[in-house]
Ligand binder design. Structure first.
Ligand code: F6P
Length: 535
């Protein structure tokens, strides 16, 4: 625990140091930024100095992140509570053989990928049609990792979208599927049921609803359904022909699954070539993660900055702020990636963690957040590390002036967070406005920004499929490294089980088939009121 303790001591010793002071060293920006491929990761506006960075790198060495990463890439069963390998990276490194239990898993991965490409082409080119003509709309029904990845990616890559329209239904709230299907024509709609397990209640309920909706208009609804799942048995039982079932193995975690069959809706939207480019971008990030020394390694550095802020500085949350409207769903995607992966309370060996687990991740695209919650980030009493990301260039050459304004806002925010505004500066402003005495001082205090609020910036040239793939892989590996350092299993999610079990038990209580005996008083009261309100 000595490196850990040294880092805790270090965090204490620098807590009152202004980050801006670090820029007295004119090499600060270059010294605390790293580049890889299209990315520049600037973490100079944090309170990490050379000594801290060395300690953090030592921590990664002590935890042997590289060995664990190699275990992951080579198919070892590092998801120990479920006895599974963790091989989502294999889905984007299609030329590299990987063995699980002595068997090469790649021939099947390649064969499924080839079938996806054929199917996506057929849909896009009108060779696969609905019962009323070419497919105009694709509805992906899934939840969690079977929704967030493709939904986030389809929006991110909107400029490349030249296939049928894509819609994503996740919520069991009937409003979601109702409103989505309302404007669609069943005769030209393809429904993709995306569920690793094919048992998830929300997805299966929505899938049944979609089937009924289609059956009202087309003779053979199942013909316009495809399935993405690990369970061939269950997809067959649902009535989906094997030719439109795209399977994958249990070593693809739900929240890591957009690179394979779960990405089918994205592939149909942007086409197999652009989809392949996103895999390529991710594979380049994989190679960088495996080869670069820790102090040069983007995913490792992102993880170390995150650990510094969360575990050592005790900042409980992290804001992800893409200055990129098309990354609007990225914060939600990263929320699942980080919080489902690293929101654990025991270490790999089942012992209570002696420190906090992963942070709360949240965010919104800039500049919208600036006019909503940035107030608290600038002047609230809690420190919230911010992760900005921005492209140098947008996709709309005729709107380049707007992009410039977007970038200016992004840079201005990180500058303002770091610099702040002192009482003297605020007082001078109030004086200029003609105030003096106690009123001037009172007004000035409201205009003080403490500054020294940490942020990082990820800069990339343009949000192309390749860059996009790199960003997602960067974050996946970041979460992995954080999990290794914390000594937890980032690949299970037992914490979602209890709520699911209780919901199943409560449905008959709500419908009156079960008395609800044994439920707590609050739950019984809510059930009674709901039943009364429903009449
Ligand atoms: O309940 C959590 C979870 O298992 C996630 O991990 C997963 O992404 C989501 O549900 C959906 O699961 P499935 O793809 O099996 O429907």
């Amino acid at each position: 625990m000595t490196i850990w303790q040294d880092l805790l001591d270090k965090a204490q010793s620098v807590q009152n140091r202004q980050i801006a002071e670090l820029f007295e060293n004119e090499n600060r920006a270059a010294g605390f930024s790293r580049e890889s491929g299209p990315f520049l990761f600037d973490f100079s506006k944090t309170n990490i100095d050379a000594e801290t960075l060395d300690l953090l790198v030592e921590l990664a060495e002590e935890k042997d992140v590289a060995a664990r990463a190699e275990a992951m890439f080579s198919g070892a069963k590092i998801n120990e509570t479920e006895g599974r390998a963790v091989l989502h990276a294999a889905l984007r490194n299609l030329d590299t053989d990987v063995f699980v239990d002595g068997e090469n898993v790649m021939p099947e991965v390649r064969a499924t990928y080839a079938r996806m490409v054929d199917f996506a082409r057929d849909v896009r080119e009108g060779k696969f049609t609905g019962q009323g003509g070419a497919i105009t709309d694709v509805v992906n029904i899934g939840i969690g990792g079977s929704d967030l990845g493709p939904a986030m990616a389809t929006l991110a890559l909107a400029p490349y979208h030249d296939g049928p329209r894509c819609h994503f239904v996740s919520n069991v709230d009937g409003a979601h599927i109702h409103d989505t299907l309302a404007d669609l024509d069943p005769e030209t709609t393809l429904v993709i049921v995306a569920s690793k397990t094919f048992t998830t209640i929300e997805t299966m309920t929505n899938a049944e609803t979609a089937k009924r909706w289609m059956a009202a208009k087309v003779a053979d609804p199942a013909q316009q359904f495809a399935a993405l799942s690990t369970s061939a048995e269950k997809t067959a039982a649902f009535g989906i022909d094997a030719s439109r079932v795209f399977g994958f193995a249990d070593w693809v975690g739900g929240r890591y699954s957009m690179w394979g069959p779960i990405g089918l809706s994205l592939m149909i939207a942007i086409g197999p070539e652009d989809f392949a480019d996103s895999l390529k971008g991710a594979a380049v990030m994989d190679a960088h993660f495996r080869a670069a020394p820790y102090a040069e390694n983007l995913p490792v550095l992102l993880a170390l900055v995150g650990i510094w802020h969360n575990q050592f500085c005790d900042y409980a949350t992290r804001a992800v702020l893409p200055y990129d409207q098309r990354l609007a769903r990225l914060p939600a995607y990263l929320q699942q990636l980080e919080m489902e992966s690293n929101g654990k309370r025991v270490s790999m060996d089942g012992k209570d963690l002696p420190y906090h687990s992963g942070p709360v991740v949240w965010g919104e695209p800039g500049t919208n957040g600036q006019h909503a919650f940035y107030q608290l980030i600038h002047q609230g009493t809690r420190v919230i590390p911010c992760e900005f990301m921005v492209a140098a260039e947008g996709h709309e050459p005729d709107l380049a002036h707007q992009h410039l304004l977007l970038v200016a806002n992004c840079l201005a925010q990180s500058e303002a967070l770091m610099r702040g505004r002192s009482l003297d500066e605020a007082t001078a402003i109030m004086r200029k406005k003609g105030l003096d005495g106690a009123e001037r001082d009172r007004q000035a205090r409201h205009r003080v920004f403490p500054g020294s609020r940490p942020s990082t910036t990820l800069l990339y040239p343009k949000l192309t499929p390749e860059v996009f793939g790199g960003i997602v892989a960067l974050y996946e590996h970041r979460v992995f490294v954080e999990g290794v350092i914390l000594g937890i299993n980032s690949f299970d999610q037992w914490g979602v089980e209890l709520g699911k079990e209780l919901a199943l038990a409560l449905a008959p209580v709500l419908s009156g088939e079960d008395s609800g005996e044994g439920k707590d008083g609050s739950t019984r009261q809510l059930v009674a009121r709901i039943r009364a309100l429903r009449g």
